[in-house]
Design a protein around this ligand. Structure first.
Ligand code: SF4
Length: 229
């Protein structure tokens, strides 16, 4: 991934405070999905590939069916595109169907059916980018590995009052903030909290600042800034 120019990273204490408050919020407001009830890295990896540009409810509808048919790397590696297509068609984005068989075959051949535990290896797999790699490492393996998507960029930009480029998820200072955010205990919960909070509370058009546990220390809220969406 191309990384953009470095800009200032806010004080670590501010980022740590955000993590503590979001994890607390997550205990009662976090979303529950089948791929969050497992620590099987294969299932988490496949679910994350399904979730790219697809709503979680659509993924929920095919998740059980897919794993009932192909419960592990070995069986999915043998799956043909036609069979996969029959299960995955509700997700749309037909072009990505081959990625599921390809990723399973590569994990089988190169890694003896074990999902890699390092980012550099994960991002070489078909359909896996920095976000999916970070999600697998933190959610399935419990590692202190960062994730950034467009919702997370928006939250960091507002809460910390930073500037970001049009492709903020590629900005080096945003990646540094995401790394600092996940550097404490329980990285799995910290990243899930970040995802859910950015998607449910710090909404693109009308952020729910009155329900927000960090509003008193939020740059956007305190200064009443009207940022461009
Ligand atoms: Fe987002 Fe509003 Fe909370 Fe700031 S106060 S983090 S803008 S929801």
């Amino acid at each position: 991934m191309k990384i953009n120019t470095v800009k200032e990273v806010p004080a670590f204490g501010h980022i740590r405070y955000l993590r503590e408050k979001l994890v607390e919020w997550f205990r009662t407001h976090g979303r529950d999905y089948p791929w969050r009830q497992t620590s099987d890295p294969f299932r988490v990896l496949i679910a994350e590939i399904m979730l790219r540009r697809t709503k979680a409810d659509q993924v929920k509808a095919v998740y059980d069916r897919l794993f009932a048919e192909y419960p592990d790397v070995e069986t999915m590696a043998k799956a043909g595109n036609k069979e996969l297509e029959q299960i995955l068609y509700p997700l749309g984005l037909k072009w990505r169907t081959p990625a599921f068989g390809l990723v399973a075959r590569e994990v089988k051949e190169k890694y003896q059916c074990k999902i890699p535990e390092v980012r550099e290896e994960l991002i070489t797999l078909p359909g896996v980018g920095e976000y999916v790699a970070g999600a697998v490492l933190s959610i399935a393996y419990g590692k202190k590995e960062w994730i950034v998507d467009s919702n997370i960029v928006r939250l960091f930009r507002r809460y910390l009052g930073i500037k970001t480029s049009k492709e903020g998820r590629r900005d080096k200072h945003v990646v540094e903030i995401a790394k600092a955010y996940v550097s404490g205990k329980d990285p799995r919960k910290a990243n899930l909290a970040l995802l859910d909070f950015a998607a449910l509370i710090c909404l693109p058009r009308d952020p729910k600042c009155t329900d927000c546990p960090v509003s008193a220390t939020c740059h956007y809220h305190v200064l009443g800034k009207k940022e461009k969406k």
